[in-house]
Write a protein that binds this ligand. Structure first.
Ligand SMILES: [Zn+2]
Length: 499
């Protein structure tokens, strides 16, 4: 469409070195037989059974990367799921009543966690592959976003969420700055709920043609967050939880947004340090207002100053790096090393599917190569004391437990730990892009794609099995997407072309 717009293994003590055996998985070429779990409606959350007829699920004989250092990783082990929860992770679990899922030739690990994605753009994938940040604002936000109706954003959120599940992302923060009206917001939440994904709904402001979004008469941002809390998020013990997507602006306006979130006990997510505009020392000014707390995730952070970085660290904030889009669109250098230098373990995010693939394998490889390139550059420049290289295990933690932490859910998900909810993915190791396996974590981080995602479970429900989403009518999903796309193009007066 660019023509239109010109536009360390816990089994070993740290530093002990890991035996090759601990990272090996078996690679026999048989394919696991699948239990039949299909149903016929959209909304896998309702369709996919938890343990059938109350039976536990035993994931048997996989290469288990729990990513919990107290639990360990196993060349071959089992994971027992009862109801919503993981109840055991170890070799040779006996559970005579359980429904067994054969995990031979599979890596079993926690689902990946995205901490920032604008899911209302779900049917605008790849619309702006060559665009800059300014192009994005003009095209995606002020042209398409300004004209979206609630049915459009429902379809977009649903598409984006199903795509996330399909690619092994089990939890995702929907940074929803499409609050053009309360009906838009409600439609986004419905899309998330119908998808069955574990979602953090970050309620945001709207979009209009001028970009002065606080002038949108029908938007109730940010005050409507009180209604949302009562209507949809009265319990925290559910798949969808509430954040505020802080619009930013002046320090006083931003502080008022933060207050609206805190008044209803919602955590906060905000874009900071983006391009030239991000050099405005906003965090220093917010700190002067006593606005910075440990309930906030800071996205991008590419052009923050050193004082602002220290404030994030000192106030216990979390960080979301969207490395791929930051390199593409002019946000600034993705601050992977900067975060590590301060002892901040970043989370990762896709941000915009309008320019960026929806999978987390891309995100992991991006930050891995960027950090290593930065270190190599220092070494080649004569630096005698360069930073350490990131390891694939650290990157996998960024994509899982650090995401869970930034999404306020680290006690519930992010590792395969007994007592946590069962957000689990199984990745095929018998495909030609990774077989035969020599290093399990390395295979996931450096070589896998969504094609390897065989099985996805969220809160004990099977959402994808044998490489196919369970209980999703793909024809209906495609039709919803096409209809929303056509409607939005027409409303935005954009020629409906694909090449
Ligand atoms: Zn963003």
């Amino acid at each position: 469409m660019t023509h239109v717009f010109n536009s360390g293994c816990p089994c070993c003590p740290p530093g002990s070195g890991l035996s090759r055996r601990q990272f090996l998985c078996t690679t026999a070429a048989s394919v696991a037989a699948a239990p039949v779990l299909a149903s016929s409606v959209i909304g896998a959350a309702e369709a996919a059974p938890r343990a059938q007829a109350g039976r536990p699920i035993l994931i048997k004989g996989g290469c288990v990367l729990s990513l919990d250092r107290a639990v360990g990783d196993f060349e071959q082990a089992d994971v027992l799921v009862e109801g919503k929860k993981i109840t055991a992770v170890k070799p040779n679990i006996s559970a005579p009543n359980a429904q067994v899922i054969d995990a031979k030739n599979r890596i079993v690990m926690p689902g990946m966690v995205d901490t920032h994605r604008h899911m209302w753009q779900g049917f605008l994938r790849n619309v702006l592959p060559d665009g800059s940040l300014e192009d994005y604002r003009n095209v995606v936000q002020r042209t398409f976003g300004a004209k979206m109706v609630p049915d459009d954003v429902y379809a977009a959120d649903l598409l984006s969420a199903l795509g996330a599940i399909d690619s092994g992302v089990t939890c995702i923060l929907d940074w929803s700055h499409i609050g053009n009206s309360p009906a838009h917001t409600d439609a986004c939440i419905k899309g998330l709920q119908d998808s069955g994904v574990r979602a953090v709904f970050a309620y945001g402001a709207g979009q209009n043609e001028s970009g002065r979004v606080m002038e949108i008469a029908t938007s109730k941002y940010p005050g409507d967050i009180g209604r949302l809390r009562k209507q949809y998020f009265s319990s925290d013990d559910q798949l969808t939880t509430l954040y505020l997507a802080a619009l930013g602006g002046s320090p006083e306006a931003t502080f008022a947004q933060f207050k609206a979130a805190r008044d209803v006990g919602a955590r906060i997510s905000i874009h900071v340090g983006v391009g030239e505009f991000g050099r405005n020392a906003l965090l220093e000014k917010l700190d002067a207002l006593k606005g910075l707390k440990d309930d906030t995730t800071y996205i991008h952070c590419c052009t923050l100053n050193d004082t602002e970085w220290k404030l994030i660290k000192d106030t216990g904030g979390t960080v979301s790096i969207a490395g791929y889009v930051e390199t593409l669109m002019g946000h600034g250098n993705p601050p992977v090393q900067k975060a590590i230098d301060l002892g901040i373990r970043p989370s990762l995010s896709v941000d915009v599917e309008t320019s960026v693939p929806n999978d987390f394998f891309t995100q992991m490889r991006t930050v891995f190569s960027l950090q290593k390139n930065e270190v190599w550059a220092k070494r080649l420049g004569g630096d005698k004391n360069p930073p350490k290289f990131l390891t694939v295990r650290e990157v996998l933690e960024f994509a899982t437990i650090e995401g869970a932490r930034a999404n306020g859910l680290d006690k519930k998900i992010g590792t395969l730990t007994p007592g946590k909810e069962a957000d689990i993915i199984m990745l095929r190791t018998d495909l030609l892009n990774v077989m035969p396996i020599n290093n399990a974590v390395g295979a996931v981080v450096t070589s896998m794609t969504s094609h390897n995602v065989d099985t996805v479970m969220i809160a004990g429900k099977i959402m994808k099995r044998n490489g196919v989403l369970v209980g999703v009518d793909m024809n209906r999903v495609a039709k919803l997407g096409r209809e929303a796309q056509a409607r939005n193009y027409k409303a935005a007066n954009v020629p409906d072309k694909r090449i």
